[in-house]
Design a protein around this ligand. Sequence first.
Ligand SMILES: Nc1nc2c(c(=O)[nH]1)N[C@@H](CN(C=O)c1ccc(C(=O)N[C@@H](CCC(=O)O)C(=O)O)cc1)CN2
Length: 287
Amino acid sequence: MSAQILDGKATSAAIKSDLTTRVAALRERGITPGLGTLLVGDDIGSQKYVAGKHRDCAAVGISSIRRDLPADASQKEIETAVRELNEDPECTGYIVQLPLPGGIDTNRVLELMDPAKDADGLHPMSLGRLVLNEPAPLPCTPHGIIVLLRRYGVEINGAHVVVVGRGTTVGRTLPLLLTRRSENATVTQCHTGTRELPEQLRRADIVVSAAGVPHLIKAEDIKPGAAVLDVGVSRNSEGKVVGDVDPGVAEVAGWLSPNPGGVGPMTRAMLLENVVRIAEQAAEPAS
Ligand SMILES: Nc1nc2c(c(=O)[nH]1)N[C@@H](CN(C=O)c1ccc(C(=O)N[C@@H](CCC(=O)O)C(=O)O)cc1)CN2
């Protein structure tokens, strides 16, 4: 058996094509959505991701606002850039690329963002609204995972999902989305401190690994036919991405997201979706 590939590249291309139409409709009404990014430092991965986000914007007709600061930028300089993005009328939604350099108070930076411009769903107000089941921009990677599973007809309703990882962008937030009534999954959250991880994995219908530990997830720990999504990013000595999932998993799983080419492109597509939705909502405020 060989797993069906959950192709994030192809799926995100289809989503971007729909978004192009929605952006054109906004532009016809004189509204130009603009994505702002704040990137601090010279981490190769973060630079690549931000560059990719702006390429995507150009492809769908969203305008781009880039603020890049050096790795030694102070807390105050970063906060000033956030305030400028809050005030910039051309920037209708923005993100602070994570992680920020060591020594920076990330939560303080995120708290300063205008929640009405939160394109990442990571502002404390958005996260609180998600917990409370209120409408909010959804965090891009978890949302992308759910859209990818749905596009390939993987049953989420009633599934037992094991999420490996406890970071804000995936591990903490994905269980919040999966346990909504609309998804109705049962979630076990694991992390690098979990004892007996293989036993947990073997019970899963869907495994999502975002631990950042190369080849942590082995074929012998996967239930035959399960869906496995690889969100882990480590880099080898040539700078190439190495995922959390061992290549042998392809022989046991029913579905597998490649890495690269799986969840990453979906993350970018969901960011565009948030930017477009924020602009549409601002154009037609709820009565
Ligand atoms: N503010 C945020 N910071 C970070 C987030 C986030 O959602 N918001 N998530 C990750 C990084 N990330 C988005 O910013 C991201 C990761 C991966 C990709 C992607 O397209 N990856 C490609 C491979 C690219 C490569 O070779 O490195 C793929 O998987 O095919 C896009 C965005 C942490 N920070």
